[in-house]
Design a protein around this ligand. Structure first.
Ligand SMILES: [Zn+2]
Ligand SMILES: [Zn+2]
Length: 201
């Protein structure tokens, strides 16, 4: 695996700025991949790595950058739980680890970079040198990834009987004998503007 500094540089470029989240995400990913025996995540091991992230914040970009996993490749799944944690899976061995960034690390950063007065700058620098045990909690976990959540060709493609949109990967809902997309079954996250709808038809 590349060095911490190299990986941080790449993730900072992709993310757009350097921040504590990049340091956390890079270190978290390096640690988990190493413990899972995935030392070449973007090369020989690329088809074995799968990550479930529990937050959509800075560190998620670093996790994507280091692991090579992404939503588009379907090797990353995002759960909207708002927790700075991620579960790393070795698809070959079935081993999985959930790593959580410890909230206490914010306070502990004082021990390492006490001279830096700006809180965010201090955390950024401290997180680079703090021992892993002070930054993360690691849990050995077991989970089943449904086949429709794995990379590969869509397992199913059906057309919504209400709006005619096509739905892939078993995300359709059968309600009263009708195949529906989630927008039609559960309500839309947007409101249709009738005027524009008329304009485009
Ligand atoms: Zn950031
Ligand atoms: Zn629909």
């Amino acid at each position: 695996m590349k060095s911490f500094e190299e990986l941080l540089q790449v993730s900072t470029r992709i993310h757009g700025h350097i921040c504590a989240g990049q340091v956390i995400g890079v270190r978290m990913s390096m640690l988990a991949l190493h413990l899972l025996g995935l030392d070449d995540p973007q090369g020989a091991d690329r088809k074995k790595v799968y990550v479930i992230v529990e937050i959509d914040r800075c560190a998620t970009d670093a996790i994507q950058s280091v692991t090579g996993c992404s939503l588009g490749k379907r090797s990353m799944k995002w759960l909207d739980h708002g927790i700075m944690a991620a579960t790393f899976v070795n698809l070959e061995s079935g081993k999985a680890l959930r790593v959580t960034a410890l909230e206490e690390a914010r306070e502990h950063s004082l021990k390492y970079c006490s001279k830096t007065t700006d809180k965010y700058a201090r955390q950024l620098e401290a997180y680079k040198i703090m021992p892993e045990g002070e930054l993360f909690r690691i849990e050995m976990v077991s989970l089943t990834i449904p086949p429709e959540d794995l990379p590969g060709r869509p397992l199913r493609r059906v057309q919504c009987e209400n709006c005619a949109d096509w739905v892939q990967d078993r995300r359709d809902i059968v309600s009263d004998g009708k195949v529906l997309c989630r927008n039609c079954a559960h309500g839309r996250y947007y409101t249709k503007i009738l005027k524009e709808q008329r304009d485009v038809s």
